[in-house]
Design a protein around this ligand. Structure first.
Ligand SMILES: Nc1nc2c(ncn2[C@@H]2O[C@H](COP(=O)(O)OP(=O)(O)OP(=O)(O)O)[C@@H](O)[C@H]2O)c(=O)[nH]1
Ligand SMILES: [Mg+2]
Ligand SMILES: [Zn+2]
Length: 294
């Protein structure tokens, strides 16, 4: 029997098969091989005396550590205008990690009723990232999200409290995913969602995921400095145009990326994120790089 993992919790996996959802465990060999099945994994099951077990995990298109999910086509980066306030650096890191793994990032902006959306929209208007503003009063943005889900495996990710589960409930009211109040003292969420769960809808699949604290974005993935320029797709027209072939696009003479920035063709905050990410990885040697690319 085969299927895909919709949820993993406490050593148990829930696998969607043609026969319905099967609860199972993973073979002990996976632990020895340091392989962990995650939601989105295509798996082969067999029946044993104690119940169903995962025998095999199919090769992955991609896998994310945070949130733990595999084989994504689209990563929705959910950002709220306030409570919590968004960080373009965190959004740009997550989008770069997605692009590096061959996944399409889409920015989804919530809580436009509480604070203005313009500054975020502006930060992304000169990027190639789609930007969707959600308004629950008018329904604005919901159809666009549905269109992205159609035919794809997607996941909502973002800080705790940005409104991932709220958005899922607006799309699929019958789900009744639990949502949580924002801590008034800390201005952020309370980690209401505890595990990744995949739902089938709108001709595709979409995952709700647990929110993270901003600092954890650094542990979501690692991009070596040579690959970083490719993780900012809007730089593409200028790559290969710089005076120096190994230009890092930070301070070199004759840099086409910086020229485009100066001409207002690129977003300053995106460029700043690129430089910050470059500085973070520039001194890390090959052998020191975390083995979390995959
Ligand atoms: N005013 C307003 N409140 C919102 C909006 N979206 C979400 N909220 C509120 O924000 C709070 C947190 O929403 P959740 O959906 O639980 O957030 P989450 O991203 O799932 O959080 P975690 O599960 O902790 O990662 C809830 O009180 C929601 O009602 C919005 O667009 N406008
Ligand atoms: Mg949630
Ligand atoms: Zn350059």
């Amino acid at each position: 029997m085969n299927g895909y993992i919709i949820k993993g919790i406490g050593g148990f996996y829930y696998v969607k098969t043609t026969e319905g959802i099967v609860e199972c465990k993973a073979r002990g060999i996976f632990r020895k091989q340091k392989r962990t099945p995650v939601a989105g994994d295509e798996v082969i099951l067999s029946m044993e005396e104690g119940g169903a077990v995962i025998d095999e995990i199919a090769p992955r298109k991609n896998v994310f550590v945070r949130p733990p999910v595999a084989n994504l086509d689209v990563l929705f980066l959910v950002a709220s205008t306030t409570q919590p306030v968004p960080s373009t650096l965190v959004l740009d890191k997550l989008s770069a990690i997605a692009v590096d793994k061959g996944v399409q990032p889409v920015i989804v902006c919530t809580k436009g009723d509480l604070a203005e959306t313009e500054f975020l929209r502006k930060a992304y208007e000169k990027s190639t990232l789609p930007f969707i503003r959600i308004d629950y009063a008018t329904g604005e943005g919901l159809d666009e999200v549905k269109e992205w889900i159609n035919g794809r495996l997607c996941a909502f990710c973002g800080n705790s409290g940005v409104g991932k589960s709220t958005l899922l409930n607006a799309l699929l009211p019958e789900l009744g995913q639990q949502t949580g109040e924002i801590s008034q003292k800390l201005g952020r969420g309370r980690h209401t969602t505890r595990e990744v769960t995949i739902f089938e809808a709108f001709g595709g699949r979409v995952a709700d995921t647990p929110g993270f604290a901003s600092l954890e974005a650094n542990r979501a993935g690692f991009i070596p400095k040579e690959n970083l320029e490719l993780a900012f797709p809007e730089f593409k027209p200028y790559l290969g145009q710089c005076q120096f072939t190994s230009c890092s696009h930070r301070s070199e003479k004759g840099c086409a990326v910086r020229a485009a920035l100066k001409d207002g063709l690129l977003s300053q905050s995106r460029y700043d994120s690129y430089c910050a990410m470059y500085d973070e990885v520039k001194d890390i040697k090959e052998w020191e790089q975390p083995r979390i690319r995959g």
